[in-house]
Design a protein around this ligand. Sequence first.
Ligand SMILES: [Zn+2]
Length: 317
Amino acid sequence: MRQSRVEKILPSIGNMTAEECSQLKQALKARESQVEGSVVLQKRSENIAGCPHCGSASFKKWGRYKGNQRFRCEDCAKTFSPITGTPLAGLRHGEKHIANAKYMVAGMTVRKTAEALDVSVATAFRWRHRFLEAMSEMNPVELSGIVEADETFFRESFKGRKKDMPRKSKSRGEPASQRGLSREQIPVLVARDRSTGKTLTQVLPSRTARDIGVVLVPALAADAVLCSDNASAYRTLAKAAGIELRCVPANPKKKGKGEVYHIQNVNAYDSRLKGWMFRFRGVATKNLPNYLGWHRYLDVPKSRPTPKKFLTGALGD
Ligand SMILES: [Zn+2]
């Protein structure tokens, strides 16, 4: 009887040196991550409902390409794979995506990810942002019950931009030229449903009632009670939209014990976000929504998503 592939290898493991063991371990680890990625793709192939080009439900298997099943539409005659039409379509080295997902769950920097995946920094950067594009769109649909809202700020950054700089370049770590709030600070709305922990984070064009309202009001359920600081923008938008609003006293000493209306959950989220962002040493403002989406995805109570779930999420399933 033909020996299985494993049976062939096992006897030679008995006299391996420590160095060979570590080589084999590495090879197995790499192979494992490839297989995990195929599981995700295999599942997608089984669940394809229609041609991504024309939507037709009549398509046939059409050979394999680089290990991936391909299909051909019988109506438009175009071919496609399980990742056609997803943010990951057209990316080479498909087998490395699951490993990439793993490093993203761990919040690894681009440079370290590139090293671990053995791809260039530019490639790791491109993959990262393809993954994140899919996620940055996902904000919770509805916040209900007590909803805390506040803004936080990120310094404007043109990191990575080489041409058409709107102002003179700064060296890293140079302080913003104006203290406190200025145009160099990009406001981000953070709103959190206290009971579910669902969080909305979105870059705002400004902190006016109008700009905050456009983002916040559609996300609030009819029963929502909004908690904010004393900023007049919230009073204005709550009045205009007929939302029940509780303002937190500006002076925390005046706050009674056991007070239900506070914004401590939003403040805590904000410090987790800032703490997590610190490793990236400032992100380009144009990429800020991607990072916000990434953090929202990872900051879930109890358990972080697995790399498999992360990859599946990036594929839009
Ligand atoms: Zn078609």
